[in-house]
Design a protein around this ligand. Structure first.
Ligand SMILES: Cc1cc2nc3c(=O)[nH]c(=O)nc-3n(C[C@H](O)[C@H](O)[C@H](O)COP(=O)(O)OP(=O)(O)OC[C@H]3O[C@@H](n4cnc5c(N)ncnc54)[C@H](O)[C@@H]3O)c2cc1C
Length: 511
């Protein structure tokens, strides 16, 4: 049996952030990834010269340091630059009409003036005032300072005076964002808009999204001179940067290495057994970056109490996705076509309603290297609102599957036709993805976006498990599904495993 100090199950952004930092701290790390491509939900793949993002395309806070974005903090910590292209505008296709909007405080006020009038503008300005101190509070303690043991007293102490000054605001960050929005906003459109932003952040409306997540977003999106980022080379470039961070310090990434079981002896995680029969021993720790439901499948039946297992199994999942990955002829597209677009069909159906919200990303408009000359790469998806149960009984190779794919993908084609009317005549490559694709290629239970844990009703569990030496990171552990949150989860766990001296040294370097 070969051995290492730390085994990480999964090379999602959470696992890679953790692994790259642990390798930076001098630990011997092996990441076992089931897929042939690293990156999990953020991997990219190629077809016929087009480079596609499988998932994320919205990034911010990556172009400057020190940044409140934990992902940027990880990249800075491991010394891996990630060149980004910048933009500030995206297209909206809403029941109220179509418009382009920008990040930053001012321009959305102009849109509101046009579609809702001056009272709505005043309410928006009031919300910004209310959010300003909350936004400052949300970034008063950098995630890089947090660790999950008593030494946190030492690493957080430098930030304590600032935190104390903001303590009244910090308490408000604990509940759902709707508590704050409801006090200030009566305009129905602004409520819908905020629900949309919350949904894109957490997979839940304002009633379930934590105020801290939204405050963090306000801190990032409404600062002066704000721009959004897109990594040169797409999401694969981010994955490559983290993999470089891992391997340059001696860490290993094993692809096609599906973990079948976590080996547990006397309530201690000893290593993993792979599907190909190999075993790998861990002298320090085993870290699962797989989702909570997928991690449970890896635990021997008698290794944890039935009660703990049941409780974890009952974590509610967000819905799944439909995807269209298209390679198209880019001739005569409008010169001001933004890279990103949001389509909402009907606010009254509710923001989580299936087939209601469609996102479109055309990243090759920013980075032409993602498509052959004269072509464009498009990713359309319904974000976390496709019910898994509609697909769970269908066989992936059946006629019924093809028919359902054809039928349920129409909403994405129709959304795209509002942006590029002759889209169907431009196609070179068209791939439709479903919850079954998601489940299979991302190795995610029910193809879910992540846990639907409602702010104010339950807490994300953090990295601990009842088994010694077994930790978790990724979107099942830390609030705010998305790259900043999963990077934070990986970074905080790596800092917990490192010595307090190493951690303090890192903090000094980052500041
Ligand atoms: C379509 C889509 C669009 C998104 N858009 C954005 C966006 O614009 N901005 C943003 O910030 N976030 C976005 N997100 C969310 C973000 O991509 C995810 O929250 C994040 O990538 C999840 O990272 P993770 O490390 O928690 O887990 P994952 O990415 O799920 O990684 C887990 C890894 O573990 C591996 N694994 C699982 N089981 C095993 C096993 N038994 N053995 C070995 N390996 C295993 C999997 O193959 C996978 O690689 C989007 C997500 C999707 C799906």
């Amino acid at each position: 049996m070969s051995s290492t100090e730390i085994i990480i199950i999964g090379s999602g952004i959470g696992g890679l952030s953790c692994g790259a930092l642990l390798a930076h701290y001098g630990l011997e790390v092996t990441v076992c990834e089931s897929h042939s491509i690293p990156g999990g939900a953020a991997h990219s793949f190629q077809r016929d010269g087009f480079i596609f993002d499988s998932g994320p395309s919205l990034y911010s806070g990556l172009s400057y340091s020190p940044s409140p974005n934990p992902l940027k903090q990880v990249l800075d910590a491991i010394g891996e630059p990630l060149p980004c292209l910048n933009y500030d505008t995206w297209g909206c296709y809403l029941p109220e009409g179509n418009f382009h909007t920008s990040v930053g405080a001012e321009q959305f006020g102009d849109i509101l003036q046009q579609i809702r009038g001056k009272d709505a503008v005043q309410e928006w300005r009031k919300l910004q005032q209310v959010m300003k101190p909350l936004a400052e509070a949300s970034i008063a303690l950098p995630p890089a300072a947090i660790r999950f043991d008593w030494n946190a007293v030492v690493t957080v102490s430098k930030f304590a005076p600032e935190l104390l000054r903001k303590s009244s605001q910090v308490l408000k960050l604990i509940g759902p964002f709707s508590h704050i929005a409801d006090e200030v906003i009566s305009d129905p459109f602004i409520h819908h808009w905020l629900d949309l932003l919350c949904f894109l952040l957490s997979g839940l409306p304002a009633t379930g999204t934590s105020a801290a997540e939204m405050a963090f977003m306000f801190a990032d999106w409404y600062r002066p001179g704000v721009v959004l980022d897109y990594p040169v080379g797409g999401s694969g470039a981010l994955v490559d940067a983290l993999v470089r961070g891992l391997t340059k310090n001696g860490g290993k990434l094993q692809l096609n290495a599906h973990v079948k079981q976590i080996l547990v002896k006397n309530n201690r995680a000893m290593g993993v057994q792979l599907r190909n029969g190999d075993s790998l021993r861990a002298s320090g720790a085993v870290i699962s970056n797989a989702s909570v439901w997928d991690t449970l499948k890896l635990l021997p039946l008698d290794s944890v109490s039935q009660q703990w297992r049941r409780q974890k199994q009952q974590t509610p999942p967000c819905g799944s996705f439909l995807h269209l990955h298209l390679g198209i002829d880019g001739k005569n597209l409008p010169s001001d076509l933004p890279c990103h677009h949001i389509v909402v069909n009907d606010w009254e159906k509710g923001i989580q309603s299936p087939q209601n919200v469609v996102l479109v990303s055309i990243p090759s408009l920013l980075d032409p290297s993602l498509a052959p000359p004269g072509k464009q790469t498009i990713h359309v998806y319904t974000p976390g609102n496709e019910p898994y149960h509609l697909w769970s009984q269908i066989k992936g190779n059946s006629e019924a599957y093809q028919q359902q794919k054809e039928q349920r993908s129409q909403v994405m084609w129709q959304a795209l036709e509002r942006i590029i009317p002759d889209i169907r005549e431009r196609i070179s490559v068209a791939l439709v993805g479903t919850p079954l694709t998601h489940e299979r290629f991302l190795r995610r239970y029910q193809g879910t976006y992540g846990p639907a844990i409602e702010a104010g009703k339950a807490f994300f569990p953090g990295p601990n498990t009842p088994i010694q030496g077994l930790w978790c990171c990724g979107d099942s552990t830390f609030p705010g599904i998305g790259l900043p949150a999963v990077a934070a989860s990986g970074m905080m766990l790596a800092n917990t495993i490192a010595s307090v001296e190493q951690h303090l040294h890192l903090l000094k370097r980052l500041s």
